[in-house]
Each structure stands twice: as structure tokens, then as C-alpha cells.
Design a protein around this ligand. Structure first.
Ligand SMILES: *Cc1c(COP(=O)(O)O)cnc(C)c1O
Length: 495
């Protein structure tokens, strides 16, 4: 047996892994040293050519060679100046726990592939349901992330609401022909996966009604109530209201109680997309912002955002386990009824997937290690950093803040002397920072309705900082803002 043929499990697995892990760890350190910053100072073409060269010039030792190349060529969220996306630096303890999962490879589609992992996922979900404020009749599953969780929420909504109205089982009969048009309500700032889910579910993206937002990108609850009323008046069927607890760009939290009320009044399912803002539940300071989340029929949480887990660590929860009915499946080779009667549980019926990794394990280890209080301190540290950076933007003569951070992210821009050049200069300065390997800063656009706000001049492009590294210092943030302003000046004075 060659080294490459050794297996990771069994009594000998640990011994086979040990020298390989040494190689990986050395290569990670070497790659990070060579990069010396948040991202390699290369254009996409230069990086591709460099990686090609590594592949063609190396004679062996591929694990080390390619790991060093991957580390060198990564955007590293552990670098304080890598602050664009909801792309967190994972905790070392979570990554070590995940290595155990990779080595053992449990699969949660049947008990006989994952005995302990099945138990641990079930108890983790009960703990997370309590964190949300759900009672003991809650149920859930680990997902690939907010995208899959949002799809599941809307799927259960479709099956329940349209099934109740038509008397059919939608998962069997498909969408009812004729009848009232199904509609989904989400804010203009809701994640695009809501629309995609509507498309996948046969409702069509056009079924999603975009409810206006205020300046902070929070859903206007009055506008939601009006949209539901008008829709019902047109004889349509409101299937679901998707409230966002922590929008991707600004961390804005829709008024959850005020969304729950009209949703219930019109018989619509309430799904709360807390993929980002769910992390606030860990913090005593921020948890009150999510007041009302327990009224939701279903919730999306992402522990690979404000939870410091390596991807994927998505969580989907429903308030009442019986609303899961349309997803339940009996596969004779995975969860035969006699096994279940004999006390062998199966999680198959909770997931859209069949083979499924034990992503709950790293979260369980992290929660035991740090506790809610320890994780809450990390959330608060990132919130403090966001407020410090926003204050720095406000105080800077060439930077302009869009709105105060709610969670750990905010929008701003470099103020060009010629307002007509604002969008072009802000877009270009971000690419300059990438090319120079100086910083990874986000870039987005304000919803159409918010462009040209009073006193702000034209232009929708905004830069974004998303602070997810609790070990970042205030002097790192000073350096980051100086780099942004300098890149803006360079672009503005350029051709
Ligand atoms: C990130 C995010 C998503 C998508 O989640 P993935 O984990 O990337 O699939 C959905 N909704 C919101 C609000 C998000 O921030």
C-alpha cells in the first residue's frame, strides 16, 4: 500500500493522517507567509498563470505543493483587511472538529451510517430551537446554508398553504392548475435566494412581491400590510412572508412582530431569514433586535457567518414538527418502518439531501467550548469594531457613511469631487485594492428607490465592510480606511 492509498479511519487511520497533517500545516503557514496580506497581489490572469506553473513544475509532494498554492492564493478572512463578505474566519477548534468528521465520514441519511452523529445533531437542533425561542415541538436540520434553508421554508409554506386551500397534497399532485395566484412577500433587500426558491418551487420569480424598505434597508411593515391587502383584493393567495433578520448588505432587521401580524391575518407562512442576524441571538446586547423571531413558522440560521464555522454550517428550523410532513420520505434501503419501530431513528425525512455530512458536530464542539456567552463576546467584539469603523468613516473628509451598523456590516463610499464619477471611482478603487493585495472590501448597490437620496448626489454603488474577525484591532481599521481613501484618490486623479 502506498502512502496515497492509506485510509483515514480505523485504528490505523490516525497514524496515516499524522504525517500528512504535518505537511498540510507546514504548507498552510508557508502559503500565508508568501501571500503576506488578505489576498495575493495578482490579477486573475496572473494568479491562474502562477498556479499553472506550480502544477507543471512540481515533480511530487502534491499535498504540500497544492496546499501551499491554495493558501497563498486565498482571500483569507483571518486577515483584518479581508472584510468584504459574510465570509468568516473559522475558529481553529471548529476546523479541528471538522477534521474528525472528514476522517470518519458519517452520513446522516440513515442511523447505520451515523449513530453518534444522529444523536448529536438531534440534541444540537433542540438547543438551537431553544435559542430561537421555539418550544419542544420544533424540528430542523443542518443545511448547506441560507440558500437551502430558504428553499426549504418556502417549500413547506407552499405545501401547507396551497395544500390547505386545495385539499390536495402538493408534493404529490404538483401546483394546482387555475385558482388564485400564489404570492410570496419579501423586502427589496431580501436575499436573492428567495426569488430563486420561488422559481425552483414552480411559483416563478414574478410571484415574489418586493416590499419597499426604509433608508436602513428594513422592510416597511405598513407597506407589507398594504401589499398583502392589495394582493388579497386581487384574489391572489399569499403563501409566505419572508422577513429578513440581518440583510446581507447592511444587517438591517425587518420588524419581525409587525411582519408576523399581517402574515397570520392573511394565512401566510412566516419565514425569517436570519442567516446573518441569527448570530445576534448569542449576544445579550443584540438579541433583543430579533424580538418576535419565535413567531416564525420557520427560520434560517448560518453558523458559517456570525458563528465562525468553516462552511457549510446552515441550520433550518420549523416551529411545529408536523409542518415537515410533506418532506417525509420512506426509502426502504435507508429507513424501513420496522427499523423505526424498533427504535432506530432516521433523519432522512428532514433534509432535501440524501448523503449528508455531519456539519452539526463542529457547531456542537464550538458551543460546548465557548458557550453562548463566549460566542456572544465574539459577536459583541465584531459589533464594536463595526461601530468604530463607521465612526471613522463619518469623521473622514473623503468618506461618506450610508447608515450606522446594526450588526457588524455597513455601507459607505469614497466621495468624489465630481459626483458624476462616484460609481465608477468606487467600483475601480475596490479592484485596485484587490490588485495591490491591500484589502478586500465589499461592493454593492443601493436599491433603486434609495438612490439619489437628499444631499448624497447621484450614484448607487456603495462599498461595504463586513466585520467578522473578532481579533481585528482599531488600528487595523484605521489602516483599512486609509487604504480605501488612498485608493480613491489614486483612481480619481488617474486617467
Ligand atoms: C448569506 C445569506 C444567505 C445565503 O446563505 P448561504 O449560506 O450563502 O447559502 C441568505 N440570506 C441572507 C440574509 C444571507 O445573508
Amino acid at each position: 500500500m502506498t502512502e496515497g492509498e492509506a485510509l483515514s479511519g480505523g485504528v490505523g487511520g490516525a497514524g496515516a493522517l499524522e504525517p500528512l497533517l504535518r505537511t498540510v500545516l507546514d504548507a498552510l503557514a508557508e502559503g500565508a507567509r508568501r501571500r503576506a496580506g488578505p489576498i495575493p497581489a495578482r490579477t486573475p490572469g496572473e494568479l491562474a498563470a502562477e498556479l499553472d506553473r506550480v502544477a507543471s513544475e512540481s515533480a511530487g509532494g502534491w499535498l504540500g505543493v497544492l496546499t501551499a498554492a491554495l493558501a497563498y492564493g486565498s482571500a483569507d478572512p483571518a486577515d483584518p483587511l479581508c472584510a468584504a463578505h459574510l465570509h468568516c474566519p473559522p475558529l481553529a477548534v471548529a476546523v479541528a472538529a471538522d477534521l474528525a468528521v472528514s476522517a470518519l465520514n458519517p452520513s446522516l441519511d440513515s442511523w447505520d451510517q451515523a449513530p453518534a452523529a444522529t444523536v448529536l445533531e438531534t440534541s444540537l437542533l433542540a438547543e438551537l430551537a431553544r435559542l430561537v425561542g421555539y418550544g419542544t415541538s420544533a424540528a430542523g436540520v443542518l443545511t448547506s446554508g441560507g440558500t437551502e434553508s430558504n428553499l426549504m421554508g418556502l417549500m413547506l409554506a407552499r405545501d401547507l398553504v396551497l395544500g390547505r386551500a386545495s385539499g390536495e397534497r402538493i408534493e404529490l399532485s404538483g401546483l394546482p392548475g387555475g385558482g388564485p395566484r400564489p404570492r410570496v412577500f419579501a423586502s427589496e433587500a431580501a436575499h436573492f435566494s428567495t426569488r430563486r426558491a420561488a422559481a425552483l418551487l414552480g411559483l416563478g420569480e414574478d410571484a415574489v412581491v418586493a416590499v419597499p424598505v426604509d433608508r436602513e434597508l428594513r422592510m416597511d411593515a405598513g407597506a407589507l400590510a398594504a401589499a398583502l391587502r392589495e394582493s388579497a383584493g386581487r384574489g391572489e393567495r399569499p403563501v409566505a412572508v419572508v422577513a429578513t433578520a440581518g440583510t446581507t448588505d447592511t444587517g438591517a432587521i425587518d420588524p419581525l412582530r409587525e411582519c408576523a401580524e399581517p402574515a397570520a391575518e392573511y394565512g401566510a407562512w412566516l419565514h425569517v431569514d436570519a442567516a446573518y442576524g441569527g448570530g445576534a441571538l448569542l449576544s445579550d446586547r443584540l438579541a433583543p433586535l430579533l424580538d418576535g423571531i419565535a413567531l416564525a413558522d420557520s427560520v434560517s440560521l448560518d453558523w458559517h457567518k456570525l458563528g465562525w464555522q468553516p462552511a457549510a454550517a446552515g441550520v433550518f428550523l420549523v416551529r411545529r414538527a408536523e409542518t415537515y410532513a410533506s418532506l417525509a420520505r420512506r426509502a426502504v434501503y435507508l429507513n424501513p418502518a420496522d427499523d423505526e419501530e424498533a427504535g432506530y431513528p432516521s433523519l432522512l425525512g428532514y433534509s432535501l439531501r440524501t448523503t449528508r455530512r455531519a456539519d452539526a458536530f463542529k457547531i456542537a464542539v464550538t458551543l460546548r467550548t465557548l458557550g453562548r456567552a463566549g460566542l456572544g463576546r465574539l459577536v459583541d467584539a465584531c459589533h464594536d469594531l463595526a461601530r468604530y469603523a463607521a465612526a471613522g468613516v463619518r469623521a473622514h473628509p473623503r468618506l461618506e457613511l450610508h447608515a450606522e451598523p446594526v450588526l457588524t456590516a455597513f455601507l459607505f463610499r469614497y466621495a468624489t469631487a465630481d459626483p458624476a464619477r462616484s460609481d465608477a471611482v468606487n467600483a475601480a478603487l475596490r479592484r485596485r485594492l484587490l490588485r495591490e493585495g491591500t484589502a478586500v472590501v465589499g461592493r454593492t448597490e443601493l436599491p433603486e428607490g434609495l438612490a439619489g437620496e437628499p444631499g448624497a448626489g447621484p450614484g448607487r454603488v456603495r462599498l461595504k465592510l463586513t466585520l467578522l474577525n473578532p481579533h481585528t484591532t482599531t488600528s487595523d481599521l484605521d489602516r483599512l480606511l486609509r487604504a480605501v481613501a488612498a485608493a480613491g484618490e489614486a483612481e480619481e486623479s488617474g486617467p
